[in-house]
Design a protein around this ligand. Structure first.
Ligand code: ADP
Ligand code: GLC
Length: 499
């Protein structure tokens, strides 16, 4: 396989800045691609939270000029580092005005009002950085709406730039709900020409839709599970883009995310009080007791403990859970929840915690160590998402022996096999309909299995702990897509008589 030059741009990357699974993917996939021999480099914004000292970032010599339409050229600095435990270079675009903020995308539940300028700026800076580094990417791999204008830039203002001769683009959709929709004035800043402001490119209801532009202009589009790739072609999951996605379905692929087992494994987790494995689960009982203590719940080994970790957003099914949680808490169970997001949910679930202090615990905030401890200390892990492009927590919980209870959608459906009592096969409990009743019945089913079919529960737990979702598998699938993009671009250049 020919070694390729890949430039991966993302708005968040672990361990530097993270709000969700995108950061896990952007920080781990490149390492797997590097191991396959590709020259892959990563670019992200230098937010205030990115600690330059801690990560030993070095300032690159010379500033980077970024053309911003009517605002003229805006200058920024670039820092360089590596992804931890690897040789993968990562570059940080530093601009105090745009990124010198504590939060990544917004504050107090409101998006920053200049997110269009911030991420158009970042996208253009990625292009300018490639030139500055004299790095000629075969493929620029962009992620979600924040960097979705790059494929448009590549096909317009940079189309005849020799530094990008033969460069193709891949857009990965991690979440279709967020599309980067702004007032059309952002077209001036993007500065690709108003001929791109058409219904089959960037225009939508007289505004600009950056993700739509990316879908249309990218050489290929991937989503993070096969099922989600199918779902987004339908009105129920398409967020208004289903028709356009269906039209471009010939270049759409579903590639399931992997797991960074160096970070997420009960055999080597630096955050949990006791390590354990499939062959020796003793430590898991200690993790459970520790978790119960942390949330001030009675330390009862015999009661099933259900964990939840995630953004408190509608996507995650928190509305369904809110509608039925009081019924669930009538069962002999315990639940712990870690999440932050919609304020109503934080208030609602903290009221529930006050009402059921012996059964329900909430930590409203973002805490990575606690996320690990919940994975390890729980018996079940609940993800009742309305939609879920991939979902990482249910995959993590498989490996921690916390049996997932999930809605059969997107990556949740692709990664969890439903329990079948005949033969005790499966890895979790699934429900189809997004209703409080279906959620309640399925939790009841899981709890009943815990209390009355304990051998089956133990078998499910073992089944899950045996499965691996390695990044190498995903990296090979991405490699195939990159290769296809590269070959198509080469062919196009050849036909056009370009070098
Ligand atoms: P999404 O990207 O939609 O939020 P994923 O399941 O793909 O969902 O990934 C979520 C990631 O973010 C996981 O690694 C999870 O542990 C982490 N996470 C989400 N919320 C929190 C939180 N409140 N505290 C710590 N980690 C969190
Ligand atoms: C998104 C999705 C989530 C996915 C993650 C990483 O945030 O909501 O399902 O796992 O991206 O791809």
């Amino acid at each position: 396989m020919e070694k390729l030059n890949i430039l991966l741009a993302a708005s968040e990357v672990v361990p530097f800045a993270k709000s969700g699974g995108l950061a896990d993917v952007a920080g781990t996939l490149p390492k797997a691609l590097h191991q396959l021999g590709h020259d892959i480099r990563v670019v992200m914004p230098r937010y205030y939270v990115v600690d330059k000292e801690k990560f030993g970032l070095r300032l690159l010599e010379g500033e980077l000029g970024v053309p911003m339409g009517p605002m003229g050229e805006i200058w920024c600095a670039v820092y360089e580092g590596v992804l931890p435990d690897s040789k993968v270079p990562i570059y940080f675009i530093e601009h105090e005005g745009y990124f010198g903020r504590k939060e990544l995308y917004g504050q107090d539940g409101e998006s920053f009002t200049d997110n269009d300028n911030r991420f158009i700026f970042f996208s253009k800076a990625v292009m300018q950085l490639a030139k500055k580094l004299r790095f000629r990417p075969d493929v620029i791999h962009v992620n979600d709406w924040h960097t979705a204008s790059i494929p448009v830039l590549l096909n317009s203002v940079y189309a005849h730039d020799p530094d990008f001769a033969g460069t193709g683009s891949l857009l990965t959709i991690h979440n279709l709900e967020h599309q980067g929709k702004f007032y059309k004035g952002a077209m001036d800043v993007l500065d690709v020409g108003w001929e791109y402001f058409t219904h089959d490119q960037l225009e939508e209801f007289d505004g600009i839709n950056l993700l739509k532009g990316g879908i249309v202009h990218a050489d290929a589009v991937t989503t993070v599970s096969k099922k989600y790739a199918d779902e987004i072609k339908t009105p129920g999951f398409g967020w208004g883009l289903d028709l356009i996605i269906d039209f471009h379905a010939h270049k759409l692929y579903g590639i399931l995310n992997g797991v960074d087992y160096d970070e997420w494994s009960p055999e080597a987790d630096r955050f949990i009080p006791s390590l354990y494995s499939l062959h020796d689960l003793k430590g898991k009982a200690e993790c459970k007791a520790d978790l119960q203590k942390t949330f001030n719940l009675p330390e009862r080994i015999e009661v099933p403990l259900i964990g939840l970790v995630g953004r408190l957003a509608e996507q995650k099914g928190i509305g369904l859970l809110a509608a039925t949680i009081r019924d669930l808490l009538e069962l002999d169970i315990q639940m712990v929840m870690l999440g932050t997001g919609e304020k109503w949910a934080e208030f609602f679930f903290s009221d529930v915690a006050a009402e059921y202090p012996e059964k329900f615990g909430l930590y409203a905030g973002y805490r990575n160590d606690l996320a690990h401890r919940i994975e390890a200390g729980s018996d079940f892990f609940l993800m009742p998402s309305l939609f879920e492009p991939c979902g990482l927590n249910q995959i993590y919980s498989l490996c921690y022996g916390s049996v997932p209870i999930v809605r059969a959608t997107g990556g949740l459906d692709d990664t969890i096999e439903n329990y079948d009592a005949a033969g005790a096969s499966g890895t979790g409990f699934k429900f189809d309909f997004a209703t409080p009743e279906a959620l309640r019945n399925t939790v009841q089913w899981a709890v009943d299995t815990w209390y009355h079919h304990r051998e089956d529960f133990d078998q499910l737990r073992r089944n899950g702990m045996e499965i691996r979702f390695d990044w190498q598998v995903a990296a090979r699938a991405y490699e195939e897509v990159y290769k296809r993009i590269h070959e198509d671009r080469q062919m196009t250049s050849l036909l056009a008589g370009k070098p």
